[in-house]
Design a binder for this molecule. Structure first.
Ligand code: SAH
Length: 225
């Protein structure tokens, strides 16, 4: 990929990105590694060219198939919640992501953990996300076309699980695939009344924190082409 494409021009330039970073800081995102990822991942390459000029606004945008790329603040908040204060001080090892979408959250997260296993139920989105991640030379990611309600059993347990679509209740299979000390960051609840939760496994105890009120597309069942 050409340098000019990556760095962007006009509304996708460094100055526009700095304004977004300032906004996320004001909103309480403190993790410098996360802010650096938001600064350097070219979000304009994850949306339709017609929407590129809006890519560094702090807003969700359509990516087709009735789905959206999450708001940068939410991506930053979820990434921070997943990687901060990891027991032992290091970075999370294996992370499972449910809802690859356009791959933006995957790209922000990947260098901050050892490996991301990401599941998407719409095959066309999975394919496009794979192309973008390869073009950006993000290689510690495995993508899979499947129904994320069941997690990714053959790769479990995970040190972290991040879900970017909202179920009404937390799927039990995801909790089962969490390593001891691992954490699940997930929006849950009815439409219009969703909360972003962080659930940390301590042995057989699940410790639950509420991080924010949010509005995500629903976690659906089954797969689509
Ligand atoms: N993280 C994405 C956000 C995409 S929106 C991004 O940065 O672009 C949520 C995504 O979750 C959609 O792509 C949707 O197709 C997917 N999804 C919904 N239910 C799912 C399920 N059961 N399994 C896997 N993916 C699912």
């Amino acid at each position: 990929m050409k340098e000019r494409q990556l760095s962007g021009i006009g509304m996708t330039s460094a100055r526009t990105r700095e304004r977004l970073i300032a906004r996320l800081r004001e909103a309480g995102v403190m993790n410098e590694a996360v802010l650096e990822r938001i600064r350097s991942v070219p979000r304009h390459l994850f949306v339709d060219e017609a929407l590129a000029s809006r890519a560094y606004e702090d807003t969700a945008l359509p990516i087709g198939f009735g789905q959206t790329i999450s708001q940068p603040y939410i991506v930053a908040l979820m990434t921070q919640a997943l990687i901060e204060h990891v027991p032992g001080g290091g970075q999370p090892g294996k992370v499972l992501e449910i809802g690859t979408g356009c791959g933006y959250q995957t790209a922000v997260l990947a260098p901050l953990v050892r490996h991301v296993f990401s599941v998407e139920r719409i095959q066309a989105l999975r394919e496009r996300a794979g192309k973008r991640l390869r073009a950006l030379r993000i290689n510690n990611v495995s993508l899979r076309h499947a129904d994320g309600w069941h997690g990714w059993q053959s790769q479990a347990p995970f040190d972290g699980i991040i879900v970017t679509a909202a179920p009404t209740d937390i799927p039990a299979e995801l909790l089962d695939q969490l390593a001891d000390g691992g954490r699940l960051v997930i929006p849950a609840g009815r439409r219009g009344a969703q909360a972003l939760l962080r659930v940390t496994r301590e042995g057989n105890r699940m410790q639950r924190e509420e991080l924010a009120l949010v509005s995500f597309v629903p976690l659906l069942e089954g797969t689509e082409r």
